[in-house]
Structures are given as C-alpha cells and as structure tokens.
Design a binder for this molecule. Structure first.
Ligand code: ASP
Ligand code: MG
Length: 406
C-alpha cells in the first residue's frame, strides 16, 4: 500500500463529465489499495474569469481581497469531486487550504508554502477517506487566505507530497508529459521519459508551460519525483527527478521558445564604475525583471548596454531607462519588441563541447541572425527576430536529433 498524491489541472476538471472521469481514476487508485490525496485546480477558465472580475471592479484591488476572490475556483472543484466520489460509494472529504492547514508566508498572490499540517489528513486517510485538497491556496499566520501564483496547484501537490512523504506524486494534465519541444510547432516532437529537475527548471523558465517553476524547485529541494501524465489516457508520462548517469549521455533534451520579452539598448554611455547599477537599480525598484544583459567592450570611454525585459513591462521600463540615460549622459535609448528567445537545454552540455557552436551554425544556415546570446551550464539561449521563431525551433530540433523519426 502506498500513499499517492494526484493533482488534476483545470482542463482535467473543466466539466462535470470530466470530473466524473477524474473520480473514476482516483477510485481505481484507491481500489488498488492505496491511500489517495487529490489536489485539484479550478475548472479551466474559471481563475481567469475571477481575475477579470477583480479588474472590472477596481483598478487596484487590495491584495487580501484579490486572494479571497481568485482562490474560490478551487472550492468549487473540491466539493464537486468529493460529491462525485461519495455518489460512487467512496468516503471522500474536501479541504480548503486553511482547513489543513497549508501555511504560507503573507506575500499575497505569490505566497510561499512554509508548512503543511499532517494531522487532519492522516486521520481521514486512516478512516478510509479519499482526501480532496484545494490547490493554489494557503493561509498566512494571521489567518488570511493566500494564493501561490498562477499555476500554483502544481506546487500545492508537490508540497503535500513532500509534507506527507508520499510514495508517488502524479500531476495530471492535458498532454502526455514533457515534450522535446512544443508539438504545435514541431509535429515530430517526442515525449521525454525522464528529465532532471535542473533541465525542467530551465525548460519551465524558458517557455515550456507544463509545470509551475516553483513546484519543480520544491520537488528538487525535497527530492519528490513528479510524474507528469495525461488524465485522458493511461500512457506513462514524464518523470521529473534527480539527474542520473543516463541523462548525461543526451546532449540536448529540449528546445524552447519564448516571445514574451522585448529588447532595450542604451547607446554611448560614458563608461565608469557604477553605470550598470545606475541603469538597473531603478528597474529593479520598479519590480521589472531583467533577463539577458550584454555590455559591449568600451571604446574611447563609451559603452553600449542591451538587455531584455518582459514585453508587458516594456513601456514602463523604457520610461525609466530614458530618464536614467539623460542623467548618466548616454546618447540614445532604443527598443525592439519583435524579438524571440530560442533555447536549447540539456545536462549533457556539461560534459560535451561544441553544442553552442552547432546551435549557431544551424541558425546561420537558415539565414537567421542572432542578436544576443546567453548561456548557463545546461542551456544556450539566442535572441532572434520573432518571425523566425518557429523555423528556428524546427531546425534546432532536427539538428539535435530530438524527433521520433516520423
Ligand atoms: N487555478 C489556478 C490558476 O489558474 C491555479 C492552477 O490552476 O494551478 O492559475
Ligand atoms: Mg497548470
């Protein structure tokens, strides 16, 4: 007998019929002799609707009430799933975050889980219940409802699995697992059987939307093996787990792309210690996250700096950077939002050379100009003109032999 944690995302609980299907799978797992804890998201589209309602009501809703509102979607699905299980003859009990409790810090709408109360769940499991938990929410030490950021039910599931030392943590979604790239771009994309936490973190932050990044960080920290799989079939999915020797033999595991960033350049900056701080500190103070940064070698005492910001923050960022440029005596600020970032990821890069240059020559063979490059131990990213995104993903996927050969 094992303790199994299963998480079902919004598309898996999007209608009452789909919830019935989920109930069947949960019941099957229970019938196999396991203790089962189920975490559910809101029905697909519901959280977006709640966010829109808040925006409709006022421009700057208070953070506390925002979380009270957007957390309600999950209350609906825990109740519906529990009812369905009960109507099938099973004992089931639903829990909101504060009833468990799932304790978090007080950072509304992006709270971090600090502790999971075990007693209530353990007692219910002992008396034969299937425990159904609302994802995405928790409670701070003042008793306020908090939420964990969009996509946060993944993190709820991993945290519950870690907190109760579950044997299995399955995250059910509408795709069969983690793919070598977006199958909508490359028909030949292949499901990855197992992937390391590090690769998954890079994939998630570079554009793959299968798992919330924080859930992977959590899993890595507490050594929880995540099984990402489809709720619509019984195919084995992808295991997200600690790196093993076999993974190192694969040079590149995946190709991602992301059109969410824009590029800003500051030209002819009088170069002296402190200019980078002058440019970036006001952006950080405005909560704008910077991704890639390039500073040119200075020539005759002047240098250029180019960096990327989230597209949604471009206007705000430009205004701030233009003010700074005037203060520090730079010549010109320009921006470009028609850019995309394509990346290749793989732990094999640590032990194999020539992978970055193969990426560059593959892009150049298609006449794609690289505007910026950044690397880490296990990834290489290039900023290119956005109209080439799909082409770049396709040729890189082929160049690194990632397809299933169909
Ligand atoms: N319902 C929340 C959202 O849409 C949390 C989740 O689905 O994971 O972001
Ligand atoms: Mg999700």
């Amino acid at each position: 007998m094992a303790l199994v944690v299963q998480k079902y995302g919004g598309t898996s609980v999007g209608t009452t019929d789909k919830i019935r299907n989920v109930a069947k799978r949960v019941a099957r797992t229970y019938d196999e002799g396991n203790d089962v804890i189920v975490i559910v998201s809101a029905m697909s589209g519901e959280t977006n609707k709640l966010v829109a309602l808040a925006e409709e009501m006022c421009e700057f809703p208070s953070e506390r009430e925002y979380d009270v509102l957007v957390s309600t979607g999950e209350q609906v699905t825990i109740a519906l799933l529990s009812m369905c299980l009960q109507s099938m003859g099973y004992k089931a009990k639903s829990y909101l975050g504060h009833q468990i409790p799932i304790n978090t810090d007080n950072a509304s709408s992006r709270a971090r889980i600090q502790n999971i109360g075990e007693d209530n769940i353990r007692e219910d499991l002992k008396s034969g219940n299937i425990v159904v938990v609302a994802g995405f929410q928790g409670v701070d030490d003042q008793g306020n409802i908090t939420t964990l950021g969009r996509g946060g039910s993944d993190t709820s599931a991993v945290a519950v699995a870690a907190g109760l030392s579950a044997d299995v943590c399955e995250i059910y979604t509408d795709v069969d697992g983690v793919y070598t790239t977006d199958p909508r771009i490359v028909a030949d994309a292949r499901k990855i059987d197992k992937i390391s936490y590090e690769e998954m973190l890079e994939m998630a932050s570079l554009g793959a939307k299968v798992l919330q990044i924080r859930s992977v960080e959590f899993a890595k920290k507490y050594d929880v093996v995540i099984h990402v799989r489809s709720s619509f079939n019984d195919n084995p999915g992808t295991l997200v787990m600690k790196e093993d020797a076999e993974m190192e033999t694969v040079l590149v595991s995946g190709v991602t792309c992301n059109k969410d960033e824009a590029k800003i350049s500051v030209m002819r900056i009088p170069d002296h210690p402190g200019i980078a701080a002058d440019i970036f500190s006001p952006l950080t103070a405005a909560n704008i996250t910077i991704d890639m940064i390039i500073q040119n070698v200075s020539k005759e005492g002047f240098t250029d700096i180019t960096f990327t910001v989230p597209k949604g923050d471009l206007k705000k960022a430009l205004k701030i950077v233009e003010d700074t440029a005037t203060t520090i005596g730079a010549d010109e600020v320009s921006s470009d939002d028609k850019v995309a970032k394509v990346s290749i990821i793989g732990v094999g890069m640590r032990s194999h050379s020539g992978i970055a240059s193969k990426m560059f020559s593959t892009l150049s063979a298609e006449g794609i100009n690289i505007q910026m490059i950044s690397t880490s131990e296990i990834k290489v990213s290039c900023v290119i003109e956005d109209k080439y995104t799909e082409l770049a993903v396709r040729v890189l996927h082929a160049a690194f032999d990632l397809g299933n050969g169909q």
